[in-house]
Ligand binder design. Structure first.
Ligand SMILES: [Zn+2]
Length: 377
């Protein structure tokens, strides 16, 4: 999930909005201002409904961010790098780059989100009660909607199917009891798929008017949400199997010894003219007197506009050797791909005792998986 709009960092976690989120945000505010609040107290003025809609809409998405922040902070406490939190069409997502290493860590990491939502529901509920819980005043009416929504968010996320928090909680419990990570993931994602089909069925029943309290928009929403959750459940399972395949390979088995090199003061145009396939095909070591002084990730070339090729030197794109992330020859490919994901790298040099042995490229890992899939097919 890409962030289209970056909002800054909180506790070292970058927060952003995906464009699809604006659709949801608009829909929530419209529903609140045009339907929910006018239904509750019809005698107020239009601008009051709009102000209430915007204020409670913003607080609702702040609540979702707080839920995600709980996941992210626990992940960081367990030493798992977090790329950021993104709000998108279906709510929020924490980009946690690795799975937890132990069932208890996964349990706490997953449980922190819904627990935070329930706590927020309690806080808004308390404020609602303190402000008199009146049905005809803006503030208590907004607070009531907010505690209800947070409670719903906590409860919905606790449903025990992957990729929802409840699915992760279920997996962590199964994993803790059976010790079998693979099988536990299989069960949790199967239940996740079943739940997703149930949501789609509800949506469909709403569309053909079998369920009267679901309006067409809500029904369609359920169908789309179900489709999203189904594909996410399937993907989580596929990812676990992919990592399992990659675990069988060591860096020394998959690295290439034929990597590209360039001098630092060569222009990008010159470097690419000599090596036309450089773009998108592995990293380039920058050399000085037979010595490696840095590494250019393939994306760095792609990010240079064509009219700058002549004036940009390769040295300007490189990461100095002292800052380049390296792996040892015995590291397994599952760990390597997770490091690449976490640190947004496309290639990692393999180094042993200060000596460069080779380079692992992301494409090679992809090819490895493809090859395996062909075999099993
Ligand atoms: Zn969550």
């Amino acid at each position: 999930m890409r962030s289209s709009v970056k909002l800054g960092s909180v506790f070292g976690v970058p927060i952003g909005l995906n464009f699809s989120w604006f659709l949801t945000f608009g829909f929530v505010i419209l529903t609140l201002a045009l339907r929910v609040y006018p239904d509750i107290f019809p005698d107020s003025s239009t601008w009051v409904y709009w102000v209430m809609g915007v204020v409670s809409g913003v607080l609702f998405f702040a609540s979702i961010l707080t839920h995600e922040m709980a996941h992210s902070l626990i992940a960081k406490a367990y030493g798992i790098p977090v790329k950021g939190i993104t709000l998108f069409i279906f709510g929020g997502v924490s980009q946690i780059t690795k799975e937890a290493a132990r069932p208890l860590a996964e349990f706490i990491m997953a449980f922190a989100g819904p627990a935070t939502s329930v706590l927020l529901a309690g806080a808004f509920g308390l404020l609602w009660w303190l402000t008199g819980a009146a049905e005809d005043e803006p503030l208590p009416v907004m607070l009531e909607w907010l505690w209800l929504m947070n409670l719903f968010l906590g409860a919905f996320n606790l449903t025990p199917g992957f990729p929802l928090d409840g699915g992760r909680i279920l997996r962590s419990i199964l994993w803790g009891v059976t010790g079998n990570y693979r099988q536990s993931t299989h069960w949790a994602s199967r239940i996740g798929q079943l739940m997703a089909y149930a949501l789609m069925a509800f949506g469909f029943a709403g569309i053909i008017r079998l369920i009267s309290f679901l309006d067409p928009v809500g029904s369609l929403w359920l169908i789309v949400l179900g489709m999203f959750l189904e594909s996410a459940a399937r993907q989580s399972w596929r990812q676990v199997r992919a990592l399992e395949v990659l675990k069988a390979f060591r860096a020394r088995d998959i690295m290439t010894r034929e990597f590209r090199t360039s001098e630092a003061d060569v222009s990008v145009a010159e470097a690419l003219a000599h090596q036309p396939t450089m773009r998108g095909a592995g990293g380039v070591f920058v050399m000085e007197d037979e010595r490696v002084v840095g590494l250019v990730q393939p994306e760095a070339f792609v990010n240079v506009k064509r009219d700058r090729w002549a004036t940009t030197r390769v040295g300007a794109l490189m990461t100095p050797a002292s800052e380049v992330r390296v792996v040892g020859p015995e590291e397994d490919a599952a760990g390597i791909i997770q490091t690449m994901e976490a640190e947004e790298l496309s290639c990692l040099p393999v180094v042993e005792g200060g000596r460069l042995l080779g380079l692992v490229n992301r494409e090679d890992l992809g090819r490895l998986l493809m090859g395996r899939q062909d075999l099993s097919a």
